[in-house]
Design a protein around this ligand. Structure first.
Ligand code: NAD
Ligand code: UFG
Length: 344
């Protein structure tokens, strides 16, 4: 089986490529490197000891997509390609609607023409919106508070509608909670451009002294220590969840939706203190105002993925903070330093 992995050079895509290869599933990476580096592919080859074929191009480019499907034997698609910065999506909504939604429409149309009707899509816990009670369950109503989130709500709906219109389609929406961590090797990981929006990359940049302190966005939430609670999941567990979801997707027609999280809530200060204890590094922080749009608590009900996919997160919070720090330390300047297969 060969899987087209759109956005396969990105943070979650690269770890998923490694997991697919480890399970003897062939891949074809498609990426325009708008938020990643071609060096990732060299590192994936080094880590997997396999060739990682790729095509450079944009899912907004329909003739390019048609050529990819005409020239390669493809059985299914795992679709990561998209923009993901919530704040930027508020400032540049059309950039997000165009890349994420138009890009997905193009992909679905070209897939249908090529008779490749299997897709696994990267959705997000953000589709649970502001009002559902935790733990979030797949059948709860979806909504969004920013353009990025709306793209996920709309794409899930679009993919489900396509499956409903044609029984040959098999589709899976995976709702990721908060992926952090990196492959044990420290050779691939998350590389935010500019000032990180997300907590973990901000912490590692404080740890490496790129930034002098962390701003903790609010300590007056209705949570055990007043700071925001999230369901952090190791990116390697998340990547393995894709392999299970793909196998289920190939075996069963129709549309499915799964939460991929650990089911455990961790506060900002829990994460900071675990990072400090495991890695022996101090993280200076300051409490500041809440960040607009943040909810107090977000964690998954993981029963459905466990029962139907036979998948469950295995790695601990300690593994997550250790592997994030290892990646940051080995790659203080990201992928820029090397063009070979390793970060050493
Ligand atoms: P990422 O930015 O590291 O990876 C996305 C990849 O897609 C990048 O390599 C980028 O170059 C590529 N890309 C973007 N637009 C493209 C286009 N038009 N054509 C071809 N390639 C394109 O992001 P990630 O963290 O790996 O996230 C992957 C997916 O998971 C995204 O759809 C994201 O919205 C979703 N997601 C991420 C998180 C998270 O916290 N990281 C949480 C929930 C959902
Ligand atoms: N936080 C800080 N300081 C920071 C960054 C974050 O205190 O510098 C806090 C936030 O207020 C929140 C927690 O850390 O309580 C986690 O914040 P992140 O930005 O890391 O993650 P979010 O849960 O806000 O958002 C993430 C992704 C979104 C996705 C959402 C739900 O960034 O794309 O999870 O899946 F939509």
């Amino acid at each position: 089986m060969r899987v087209l992995v759109t956005g396969g050079a990105g943070y979650i895509g690269s770890h998923t490529v490694l997991a697919l290869l480890a399970n003897d599933i062939d891949v074809l990476v498609l990426d325009n490197f708008s938020n990643s580096y071609p060096q990732v592919l060299k590192r994936l080859e080094h880590l997997s000891e396999k060739k990682v074929p790729y095509v450079e191009g944009d899912i907004l480019d329909v003739p390019f997509l048609e050529k990819v499907f005409a020239e390669h034997e493809i059985d299914a698609v795992i679709h990561f390609a998209g923009f993901k910065a919530v704040g930027e999506s508020v400032e540049k909504p059309l950039k997000y609607y165009n890349n994420n939604i138009t890009g997905t429409i193009n992909l679905l149309e070209v897939m249908a023409k090529a008779n490749v009707k299997n897709i696994v899509f990267s959705s997000s816990a953000t589709v649970y919106g502001m009002t559902n009670p935790v733990p979030f369950k797949e059948e709860m109503p979806t909504s969004a508070t920013n353009p990025y989130g709306y793209t996920k709500v709309v794409i899930e709906r679009m993919i489900n509608d396509v499956a409903a219109s044609d029984p040959e389609w098999t589709v899976t929406n995976l709702r990721y909670f908060n992926p952090i961590g990196a492959d044990k090797s420290g050779d691939i990981g998350e590389l935010p451009s500019g000032i990180p929006n997300n907590l973990m990359p901000y912490i590692t940049q404080v740890a490496i002294k790129k930034r002098d302190h962390l701003s903790v966005f609010g300590d007056d939430y209705d949570t055990p220590d007043g700071t925001g609670v999230r369901d952090y999941i190791h990116v390697v567990d998340l990547a393995n969840g894709h392999v299970q979801a793909l196998e289920k997707n190939m075996a069963e027609k129709g549309s499915k939706t799964y939460n991929l999280g650990t089911g455990k809530g961790v506060s900002v200060l829990d994460l900071v203190h675990t990072f400090e204890a495991v890695n022996g590094v101090k993280i200076p922080y300051e409490i500041v105002d809440r960040r607009p749009g943040d909810i107090a608590t977000c964690y998954a009900d993981v029963t459905k993925a466990k029962e139907e996919l036979g998948w469950e997160a295995e790695l601990s919070l300690e593994d997550m903070v250790r592997d994030s720090w290892n990646w940051q330390q080995k790659n203080p300047n990201g992928y820029e330093d090397s063009s070979d297969g390793s970060s050493n």
